[in-house]
Design a protein around this ligand. Structure first.
Ligand SMILES: [Zn+2]
Length: 315
């Protein structure tokens, strides 16, 4: 659907959750995210044709961050529109170019020490390897037409190089999965996935950065679009979630005599957020690990040596 003039949200379902891409139409057409491997053919190309744009004429594809459901369609886009420039956050480039790196460095990077991982090899939804032409680091401007320029924002936390685009004319931010509220919703509004920020301090600075922008409308990868106070409430909910998890994890560690594993700390987190479903509980390892790393860096906790999986104890 057209959100406002020449700016479109392309919508499909991935499992129970919405999956959104965005299309900016002007002198060149810019696509933000490509969905899973099948999304271009099933959803994006038909949408473009319906609004009178030939998919082969796509000018640029921006991938906001490394995840199956945001980069999986990159190779299909490249096959159809080989002239389209591809861009992403420089810090995420390797994982976005290569699904094997995505699995190794993101989904399974905690498996060896903590026993929780997500598949030995890339799921077919992750698509094929696809080169990225431009590495953004935030602060760049992308010209869509004489009347529209998009500002590239670096909004890390969910990934190191996560990008958002900001349209200053409309005060509209396209943030994909940079902000998480208290979890990723299904289309019926119940929670499908826990929050999955990886780096706590970077995530908090992203929340502050977005708050300072005075965003009037915010469009995301999975959450319904938000307007006015809804944007501010969502950012407040996101920060509150960080504070609740931080407090719970630290309290649990201070009470545990023989320390706790990340797996045990996931259970603690789920006590605070009982609507996080059992089927996706393991995804909470990412924020839990983020909090634990930050506590260790602050000298609040330490790992107990020589135990597998690793256990932490408070100091
Ligand atoms: Zn996502």
């Amino acid at each position: 659907m057209e959100l406002y003039k020449n700016v479109h949200q392309i919508s499909s379902l991935y499992g129970e959750r919405y999956l959104f891409q965005y299309l900016f139409v002007g002198d060149r057409t810019i696509l933000v995210d490509s969905g899973i491997a099948a999304t271009p053919r099933n959803t994006i190309f038909p949408y473009m044709e319906q609004i009178g744009i030939n998919p082969t004429e796509l000018g640029m594809l921006v991938t906001t961050h490394p995840d199956t459901d945001h980069q999986g369609g990159n190779s299909a886009i490249h096959e159809t529109a080989p002239g389209a420039l591809t861009g992403c956050g420089e810090a995420d480039r390797q994982m976005i170019q290569d699904p094997w790196r995505l699995y190794q460095d993101r989904y399974n990077h905690l498996q060896k020490d903590h026993g929780i991982g997500f598949g030995d090899e890339p799921h077919r939804d992750a698509g094929d390897r696809c080169r990225v032409d431009i590495g953004f680091s935030g602060g760049e401007r992308i010209v869509v037409s004489d009347t529209r320029e998009l500002e590239v924002l670096h909004v890390p936390g969910h990934s190191s190089g996560h990008l958002a685009l900001f349209d200053p004319n409309q005060r509209a931010a396209f943030v994909s999965d940079a902000v998480h509220g208290h979890g990723c919703p299904k289309r019926d509004g119940s929670i499908e996935l826990p929050v999955t920020y990886f780096q706590v301090d970077l995530y908090l600075s992203t929340l502050a950065q977005l708050e300072d922008l005075n965003i009037e409308e915010m469009h995301t990868g999975h959450w319904p679009s938000m307007y006015g106070d809804e944007v501010r409430d969502f950012i407040t909910d996101s920060r509150r979630t960080v504070e609740i998890l931080d407090r719970r994890i630290l309290q649990a560690l201070s009470k545990a005599r023989s320390g706790l594993t990340l797996d045990q700390l996931i259970n603690e987190a789920r006590e605070e957020f009982p609507d996080w479903p059992a089927s996706t509980r393991d995804a909470a390892i990412f924020p839990v690990n983020g909090h634990v790393e930050r506590m260790e860096a602050r000298g609040q906790i330490k790992p107990i040596r020589g135990i597998h999986p690793v256990r932490w104890e408070s100091l």
